[in-house]
Design a protein around this ligand. Structure first.
Ligand SMILES: C[S@@+](CC[C@H](N)C(=O)[O-])C[C@H]1O[C@@H](n2cnc3c(N)ncnc32)[C@H](O)[C@@H]1O
Length: 228
């Protein structure tokens, strides 16, 4: 992490990020913004788990600033099938009935995402990829300066996101993982046991920062596409 503290996010974008529906506390969003500022000059970023674009606003704000500084268009891809994770479905703690499409009886967060990113005027920088994370990962070939994993928090999606995406992080790039709870009393285990611990155990990543449940690891061995 750089020693100098960058200028904070513009207050209008901060207000929109804070107001957006989703699961990104302000202090963790601030760390996301800062790591994206550092990494996006080196290539595209990618988020797994768009939901309504709350974290996307923090990432997009960084991409917008990097674009202004470099004269190129910095981007963050964000992958989601927009049907919600297991824990977002009816009857679960994180369900929001207002994002259920009545025609199909299924969640649909794509419209909310689009509105939130359009309101923030970040459409040039935050690029939605709509589909199953495993399917998109199987076809993905682009090195990533920053990978942020915040998709399904069950065992199967967490394991698949690590296997499908982590090796695309560039040498020196960041793997950020959300909802990492070493203490089971604080929350679910899969992001900790099936993403964070395997990333460290691979010997390819070491931890550089954390705030709340957001952990940031740097790729210290191998390059994008190499097996971990
Ligand atoms: C915790 S939410 C993401 C929160 C978001 N980053 C924010 O800041 O509010 C997880 C998202 O992952 C998506 N998701 C879960 N499993 C998925 C999968 N296998 N493929 C694609 N998206 C998935 C869900 O649809 C949900 O929108």
């Amino acid at each position: 992490m750089p020693d100098t503290v960058p200028a904070p996010m513009p207050s209008d974008l901060l207000d929109l990020a804070r107001a957006a529906q989703g699961f990104m506390p302000a202090d963790e969003g601030d760390l996301l913004f800062r790591i994206a500022l550092e990494r996006l000059p080196h290539g595209p970023g990618l988020e797994v788990g768009t939901y309504c674009g709350k974290s996307g606003i923090y990432l997009g704000a960084a991409a917008q600033r990097v674009s202004g500084a470099t004269g190129t268009t910095a981007v963050v891809f964000t992958v989601d099938h927009h049907r919600g994770s297991e824990e977002n479905q009816a009857g679960w703690e994180h369900h929001d009935a207002s994002v259920v499409d009545p025609e199909f009886g299924l969640m649909d967060t794509l419209g909310r995402f689009r509105k939130n990113i359009a309101r923030a005027r970040l459409e040039e920088h935050v690029i939605a990829v709509v589909g199953q994370s495993t399917t998109v990962a199987a076809h993905w070939r682009t090195p990533l300066s920053l990978l942020f994993i915040d998709g399904g928090h069950g065992e199967e999606p967490a394991r698949a996101d690590f296997r499908g995406w982590a090796h695309w992080v560039q040498a020196g790039g960041y793997l950020a993982i959300h909802d990492v709870f070493p203490d089971p009393a604080d929350g679910g285990r899969p992001p900790y046991e099936l993403i964070y611990l395997p990333a460290l155990a691979s010997g390819s990543f070491s931890e550089v920062a954390h705030t709340g449940s957001l952990r940031v690891l740097r790729r210290t061995r191998g390059s994008a596409g190499d097996p971990l």
